[in-house]
Structures are given as structure tokens and as C-alpha cells.
Design a protein around this ligand. Structure first.
Ligand code: PEP
Ligand code: MG
Length: 902
């Protein structure tokens, strides 16, 4: 049975047999070569070996049964079509062997050209090329070089050195000055290098060359650079590459030959027109190597009008056919145009929006398709200021791009200094080992934040994202010495006041000032640019596509915001409410001391005094936010701090007490504080007394917050506004916890709200796995659920969210345990399953239960699609992510047509 299967399995497709929709099987290049062949465009004949064959080879270390015979059959038909035989001494057929995966991975995998040349066929090639000996020997030496390097791992520089030696002997620096004899000599030198490194002669048998080259292309799927590239581009590791075997055509046969690339629109800006480069008398690799300067494609019109017109005609046909920007590689061999490759071209984020808009105008696609052609990652890129890196700037360190953007400023090491210098009008970058809530003012004052520890959900990262502030975290090459006000990196010392620049997208850190440009897309979202009037194709296109996304999406988009200012900005960005107001963020700065008093209170009086002082402050906070969110729901989460964030550091306190005792000072108060801090000290604060647990342990704390929320809502409503508060209880794991809090809260609400007409919902976060698994019970007591996917990921995986990303995720990514941090994009199978279970069981117990998500995943493009699929009502994310979530929610809602915008 197995033998029969393998005989029947089709591993090789002639170009005439494929089409553009077979990318999974034939790779992008093969599928598009087939499509062009079938459109009647002049593609050199050839065939494609499937990704299936590659996968089988990689799995077993040998070619699958039947592959060799199928290659033989297709080679024969290629030979018949060309009227030449592979490596024939008189009139050789030569082929190129090229990789081509489903998703383009430029330069990551291998190519071998001129396969079929050997000591005998080189003579035939020369005759074929009109006695052009130089060309034939140059082709042969290129084969040995490429084959040696890619197939047999001969160090490339050895060939380079031999080439340099040949040029030196000739007294020239230019390859073109080497004549046929020089190149013949070089072939000998190359063969010796080959033999020295491989222990064998360069293979003379054409079919052996072909088989080894195919094998090398298969193996290049797992080359390190390809693996790294895939990880970065989120290309799955198990797709494999196809291999294209194509009859060679030559652009280096004289002035009437050449090679070039063309784009049907500008891939940089999206502007319409003909873009590309041409190089006469050259092969494709010469263009890449930059040996000679190319000329603009338009100049081909003078050089070879017939080919130029033909090319323009094909470009128009391809764009019409693919309904998208295409990029094209072509070669002209003695006045005959050959199309070597086309694909839907890569483009910048800006061009993606502009082109999608243009294609709608041109009637080639509809708005749904335009929406499908752009994505949230592109929009996010357009929303951050950018470095103008055209100058020579080299990064000195690379951390985690924790909150995108570009920022330059003077280095400061403390929050206070950041505030001071910012008040003097300076741009500052706050540099810390890691940040904590006390750094908040400094973070607000700074242009950017740079830490040497912590991952994407570290305090610095989460807070910075919330503020839309640039942050690089976990730059562990930095040795930060806060007391000495300096850090060292790459052997250099950076002192307070020195300027650094950080790129929160790439995680790169630069010394000195890199110029920064603001984002016009943010100016548009802020209402500073009118899309109708803006003389800016990008802003118009973004406006049009966003409007369509809003019309299509089912998910609502809320924001995570703790201040009126954040709420206001998020509203301008399109937020439809607040999904998470983290009240612990309101207990910082001056109020921190009140919270400390509350937590450490040893008598009822002390505690009540602290609560009484906090109540009016909280009420004002909520009034501010309800006003900004007038008429829209505001989910206020009751306080959820890991306790250590509000207590003085134990070690520091112990040292202070010891020093004071030594000096004979009265330390009774400090000792009491130290004892209390010791009592409350936790080894794992993230799993300790926080969230609902704190509310159940400290009498009056939640009650004070509930009262402040209700009073604020009543006041806003009485003054003509409309407040829609939703009180959310954090870290619930058992329905009893929620019931206890709810009973007390309802009493207070009833008392405060009276007949004001204010309605207050009470719900819970689902962020402890147990809550997800008992969602049916919890829903009985909850009017809504909001998934706290940060903690759900932390507790679902058992990964400390502040530590693991910087610590060891590189290894997990390297091993492919996951392709992206589960803190960044929802782990659909594990944590996502908990969400799904809770959503289903929650709604089964309480039909129509309102469901949202407020973890960081709420603004992650892929995760938004998941939340759409699971049937949540809304996602909530930091203000700057709101437009991204709107766009992705729109994309999730449309049915796609299959073209890939990657
Ligand atoms: C969460 O856990 O996902 C959440 C939103 O709460 P926090 O990040 O404040 O713990
Ligand atoms: Mg949480």
C-alpha cells in the first residue's frame, strides 16, 4: 500500500500544470511561474518540485520514493522542448535550481545557476554563444563557486580570494577585465579549492549536479538565517520550500542582453508609475552584488524599445490579473524578453494602505478586499514616530521592543530627575534596571523608557504601552548603576545627561541623537488632520479603510485607561468605552503613603482614617473619567496591586532600622513598620495577597472604592451627564469570593444611587484558570466577564510575567515551542481554550452574558481575530492600540478572498 502511494504521489509539476493558487504546494515562485506560463507570458520552460517532496526529504534525510523518476521524466520533456540535453557537450541545456517557499524569504535560501556545465559542455556553451569563450568560462566558474558554497559548504571567501588573486595578477580591480584565459585559470583554481574542501573532484556528471543542487535547496529550508527569518516574520517552520528547475537564459551575452527588476507601482509610497532598475549585459546576481550601477527602468526604452514595450504590456496584464502591485524579475537574452519571476510585491506599511485605496478607485477590488490587504501591524507601524536612520547610526545594544516608537533624549536614572529635566523643557530617557509604580511620574515626564531587565509584560512595558510611550525593556547588555548615575554598554560609559536614542519597535539602542519624525496617521486620529482636505494619500486611505472596518466589525473596541486624559485620547481614537480602569494606578505618588497606612494599619481607627482620606480622591478620579466617557460604559476594576508595590522595600527598611539603632535613635515606629512589612512579605507577590483577596482581608477597602464609583456616577448624572459604571472584581477564582464582594457592594450602591437612575453592573475578571473552569458557577454572580489574559497566561503556563520573556523565551522560540510569546499573542490552544470554555459555560449559565477581554492581547492583531471567533462582545486595549483593534476587528468580520498581504 505504502509503495503504491509513493508511486502515485505527484512531486513534480510542469509550469503548465500549476497556477497561482497552489502556493502551498509549489511555493510562491513556482505557483507564479505557472500562472505566467498559463497567461501566455514568455517564461523559460521548467518544472517545480513540491514542498511535499521537501518535507519528506527533511523528515527522512532522503528523497522520497518516486521523486527521482519524476524529475527524470520532467527533465526529458524540458530537454525536448528546448531541443537540447542537460550538459550536452555540443549544445548544452543549462538549468537554474531555485528555492521558492509559500511566503517569500528573500535571500534566505539557496540558488544554483548554470547547472549542467562541465569541462566538456563549457566548450559547447561557448559555441552556442557565438564563440564567446569568455562568457562560457565565466559561467562555469560561477557554477563551481555557487555549487561549492551552497551545495558543499566550501567557504565562500576562498573563491573570493582566488578571484582577487586573478584580478591582481591582471592588474585590475574589475571582473570584466578578466579574459577567457584568465577565467579558465580561475576555473582550475576553483576546482582545486573545491577538491581541497570536499575531498572529491567537482562533479562532472550533469544529473549528479542537479540532484545535489536540489538537495541543497531542500536543506537550505533549515539554514540558520532562514530559521531566524521565519521566526521574525512569523512564517510557520513546517512549510518546506519548493524547488524550481528552470532553463537558463542569459542576460550577459552582450549589449543586447541584460537583466532587471520592475514594480507596477512604487513599493515605498504606493504612487502609480513604472519603477525598477535595469542592468545591461548582466545576470541577476550582478544586480544584487552591486558590481555595476543599474539604470532606471525607463532607460530601457532607449536601449531596446521592443522589449520595453513588451515588458510594460506584461506589467499591465499582471497587475490587472493579480489585482495588486506586482514585482517582476526579467532577463533579455539577445533582444528576447524572458519573465523570470513575479509575485504580489512587498511594500511598506504606508504603500499598503495607499495601494489598497487606489485599487478600489480603479475598480479592481472592493472595500472588503482593501481591508483584507492591510493589517494592524502595518497600521501600528504608521502610528509611531520614526527614526530617520539614513545616517550612519549603529545600535550599541538590543533589548525587547516593548512599546513601539522612536525617542531620543538625555539619560536620567531617577523619576525625580526625569521630572526636573522635563520641566526645563529637556527630552529625557528614563533608564532603570526595571521600573516600579513609583517611577510613574518619571515615566510620564520621559520621552522614552529603557530598562535592562523585564519582558513585554514587565511594569515598564505595560505602562509605557498604555501611555503610547516608547520603551525598550530587557536590554541586558546594559549594566545600569543608578546610584552612580551611569550605565555601561559595549565598553562605553553613558552618564546622566548624555543623549541616547531608543527604538521601541526594534528594541535597538543608539548612542547620540537620531532625528525623529512625527506620525501623520496619529495626527489624523487626533483630529488634527482632516482626511477630506488632507493633501495626503496615506491619511485619505487610512480614513477610508478604517471607516469600512468600523462598518463591518462586530466586536466593539474599548480602552484600558486610568486617567481622564487617557480616556479622552482613546475616545478620539475611536474607543467605545473603558474596558479596564486599573484603580491601583490611582494610588501612586502622594497617595502611596495613604495606602501604606491602610495596609499596615493595626487599629480600626488608623484604617478608617486612611480610607476616609482616600474616598474623595477616588471620587474625583472617577468623575473625571466618567465625564470623558460620557454615555459610554466604564469598567472600573477594584484595586489589584501586588502588595510589594505598596510596601517599603524590606531590605532597605531593615538597613535603615539597624543604622538608626546603631546611632542610638528612637526607632520604635520604624521597628513596628519593619515587623509589619516582614509579616506581609511574600515570596511570590503575584500569587499572593492581591485582587479580591486583598479586598476580603482589608475591611472597608473595596467598600470605599465602590462608594467612590457610585457617588461619582451619581454626581455626573445629576449634573446632566451619563455615567455607565461597571464594577469589576479582580483575581476571582471561586464564586464565593465574588458573592461576598458583591453582597457588600450592592448594599452600598443601593444606598448611594437611590433614585438617581444610575445603573451599576457588577462583574468579574476571568484571569485565574480556576475561574475559567468554573465559569458556569461564577456567571451566576457576575453581570459580565472580562478576560484578564495577562494573568490567565501567567497562571495558565505558570510563567512569571515579569521575568520569563527576557530570561528564556529565546530558547522556547528557538525550539519552536511557540512562535511568539504567549504574553503577546494569545495561545489559542491552551489559554485560548480556557477563554473559550469560560465564554461558553458562562453564557450557558447566563444567556447574553457580556464578555470582553482587557489583557494586553486585546490589542494584538492575531488575538483580536481569536476573540472575534470566540464570540466576545468587545476587546479593550491601550489607547494607541484602539485603531489597530478596530481595523483587525473589521478584518476578522469580513470573509477573505485568499490573497495574502504578508
Ligand atoms: C490581566 O491580568 O490580563 C489584566 C488585565 O490585569 P493586570 O494586567 O492588571 O494584572
Ligand atoms: Mg490581572
Amino acid at each position: 500500500m505504502a509503495a503504491q502511494d509513493s508511486v502515485e504521489h505527484k512531486y513534480v509539476y510542469d509550469f503548465a500544470e500549476g497556477n497561482k493558487d497552489l502556493k502551498d504546494l509549489l511555493g510562491g515562485k513556482g505557483a507564479n511561474l505557472a500562472e505566467m506560463t498559463n497567461l501566455g507570458l514568455p517564461v523559460p520552460p521548467g518544472f517545480t518540485i513540491t514542498t511535499e517532496a521537501c518535507k519528506a526529504y527533511l523528515a527522512t534525510g532522503r528523497e522520497p520514493d518516486g521523486l527521482a523518476a519524476q524529475i527524470e521524466a520532467h527533465l526529458e520533456s524540458l530537454e525536448r522542448e528546448m531541443g537540447r540535453k542537460l550538459g550536452d557537450p555540443q549544445d548544452p541545456l543549462l538549468v537554474s535550481v531555485r528555492s521558492g517557499a509559500k511566503f517569500s524569504m528573500p535571500g534566505m535560501m539557496e540558488t544554483v545557476l548554470n547547472v549542467g556545465l562541465n569541462d566538456r559542455s563549457v566548450v559547447g556553451l561557448s559555441a552556442q554563444a557565438g564563440g564567446n569563450d569568455r562568457f562560457a568560462w565565466d559561467s562555469y566558474r560561477r557554477l563551481i563557486q555557487m555549487f561549492g558554497k551552497t551545495v558543499c559548504e566550501v567557504p565562500g571567501e576562498e573563491f573570493e580570494h582566488a578571484l582577487d588573486d586573478a584580478k591582481r595578477a591582471k592588474g585590475t580591480q574589475n571582473d570584466l577585465d578578466l579574459d577567457a584565459d584568465d577565467l579558465r585559470g580561475l576555473v582550475d583554481a576553483y576546482k582545486k579549492i573545491f577538491a581541497k574542501h570536499t575531498g572529491r573532484e567537482f562533479p562532472q556528471e550533469p544529473r549528479e549536479q542537479l540532484d545535489l543542487a536540489i538537495r541543497a535547496v531542500f536543506e537550505s529550508w533549515n539554514a540558520e538565517r532562514a530559521v531566524v527569518y521565519r521566526r521574525q516574520e512569523r512564517i510557520p517552520a513546517d512549510l518546506g520550500t519548493a524547488v524550481n528547475v528552470v532553463a537558463m537564459v542569459f542576460g550577459n551575452l552582450g549589449a543586447d542582453s541584460g537583466t532587471g527588476v520592475a514594480f507596477t507601482r512604487d513599493p515605498g509610497s504606493g504612487a502609480q508609475g513604472i519603477y525598477g532598475d535595469y542592468l545591461a549585459n548582466a545576470q541577476g546576481e550582478d544586480v544584487v552584488a552591486g558590481i555595476r550601477n543599474t539604470v532606471p527602468l525607463q532607460e530601457l526604452e532607449q536601449l531596446d524599445k521592443k522589449s520595453y514595450d513588451e515588458l510594460l504590456d506584461y506589467m499591465a496584464r499582471l497587475e490587472e490579473h493579480y489585482k495588486d502591485l506586482c514585482d517582476i524579475e526579467f532577463t533579455i537574452e539577445r533582444g528576447k524578453l524572458w519573465m523570470l519571476q513575479t509575485r504580489v510585491g512587498k511594500r511598506t506599511a504606508a504603500a499598503a494602505f495607499v495601494i489598497a485605496g487606489q485599487l478600489v478607485d480603479e475598480g479592481l477590488i472592493d472595500l472588503d478586499e482593501a481591508l483584507h490587504r492591510v493589517n494592524g501591524a502595518q497600521l501600528a507601524q504608521l502610528m509611531f514616530p520614526r527614526f530617520q536612520l539614513d545616517h550612519e547610526f549603529q545600535p550599541v545594544a538590543k533589548g525587547i521592543g516593548a512599546s513601539p516608537g522612536a525617542a531620543s533624549g538625555k539619560v536620567v536614572f531617577t523619576s525625580a530627575r526625569a521630572v526636573e529635566l522635563a520641566a526645563e523643557g529637556e527630552s529625557v530617557i528614563l533608564v532603570r534596571r526595571e521600573t516600579n509604580p513609583d517611577d510613574l511620574n518619571g515615566m510620564i515626564a520621559a520621552k522614552g523608557i529603557l530598562t535592562s531587565r523585564g519582558g513585554k509584560t514587565s511594569h515598564a512595558a505595560v505602562v509605557a504601552r498604555g501611555m503610547g510611550k516608547t520603551c525598550v525593556s530587557g536590554a541586558d547588555e546594559l549594566d545600569v548603576n543608578v546610584p552612580a548615575k551611569k550605565f555601561t554598554v559595549a565598553g562605553q560609559t553613558v552618564n546622566e545627561g548624555d543623549v541616547v536614542s531608543i527604538d521601541g519597535t526594534t528594541g535597538k539602542v543608539y548612542l547620540g541623537e537620531v532625528p525623529v519624525m512625527p506620525s501623520e496617521v496619529v495626527q489624523y486620529f487626533e483630529g488634527e488632520l482632516n482626511p477630506e482636505q488632507a493633501d495626503d494619500a496615506l491619511v485619505k486611505a487610512v480614513h477610508r479603510i478604517m471607516t469600512h472596518a468600523d462598518e463591518k466589525r462586530r466586536l466593539r473596541v474599548r480602552t484600558n485607561a486610568d486617567t481622564g486624559a487617557d480616556a479622552a485620547r482613546a475616545r478620539r481614537f475611536g474607543a467605545q468605552g473603558i474596558g479596564l480602569c486599573r484603580t491601583e494606578h490611582m494610588f501612586l505618588g502622594d497617595r502611596r503613603e495613604l495606602v501604606e497606612r491602610l495596609i499596615l494599619a493595626s487599629t480600626d481607627e488608623e484604617r478608617e482614617a486612611a480610607l476616609a482620606a482616600l474616598l474623595p480622591l477616588q471620587r474625583e478620579d472617577f468623575i473625571d473619567i466618567f465625564r470623558e466617557m460620557d454615555g459610554l460604559p466604564v469598567t472600573v476594576r477594584l484595586i489589584d496591586p501586588p502588595l510589594h508595590e505598596f510596601l517599603p522595600p524590606l531590605e532597605q527598611l531593615a538597613v535603615n532600622v539597624a543604622v538608626a539603632q546603631e546611632r542610638g535613635e528612637d526607632v520604635a515606629k520604624e521597628e513596628a513598620l519593619l515587623a509589619a512589612v516582614r509579616r506581609m512579605h511574600e515570596e511570590n507577590p503575584m500569587l499572593g495577597l492581591r485582587g479580591v483577596r486583598l479586598g476580603l482581608v482589608i475591611p472597608g477597602l473595596f467598600a470605599m472604592q465602590v462608594r467612590a464609583i457610585a457617588e461619582a456616577a451619581v454626581e455626573v448624572t445629576r449634573s446632566g451627564g451619563s455615567a455607565c459604571p461597571e464594577i469589576m472584581v479582580p483575581l476571582v477564582g471561586a464564586v464565593q469570593e465574588l458573592e461576598t464582594v458583591r453582597a457588600e457592594a450592592e448594599k452600598i450602591i443601593a444606598e448611594v444611587v437611590g433614585d438617581s437612575g444610575v445603573e451599576v453592573l457588577i462583574g468579574t475578571m476571568i484571569e485565574v484558570p480556576r475561574a475559567a473552569l468554573t465559569a458556569g458557577q461564577i456567571a451566576e454572580a457576575a453581570q459580565f466577564f472580562s478576560f484578564g489574559t495577562n494573568d490567565l497566561t501567567q497562571m495558565g503556563w505558570g510563567f512569571s510575567r515579569d521575568d520569563v520573556e527576557g530570561a528564556f523565551f529565546w530558547r522556547y522560540l528557538e525550539l519552536g515551542i511557540f512562535g511568539i510569546s504567549p504574553f503577546e499573542s494569545i495561545d489559542r490552544e491552551g489559554v485560548g481554550r480556557l477563554v473559550r470554555i469560560a465564554a461558553e459555560e458562562g453564557r450557558a449559565a447566563r444567556p447574553g452574558l457580556k464578555l470582553g477581554v482587557c489583557g494586553e492581547h486585546g490589542g494584538d492583531p492575531d488575538s483580536v481575530h481569536f476573540f472575534h471567533e470566540v464570540g466576545l462582545d468587545y476587546v479593550s486595549c491601550s489607547p494607541f492600540r484602539v485603531p489597530v483593534a478596530r481595523l483587525e476587528a473589521g478584518r476578522a468580520a469580513i470573509t477573505t478572498t485568499g490573497s495574502d498581504s504578508r
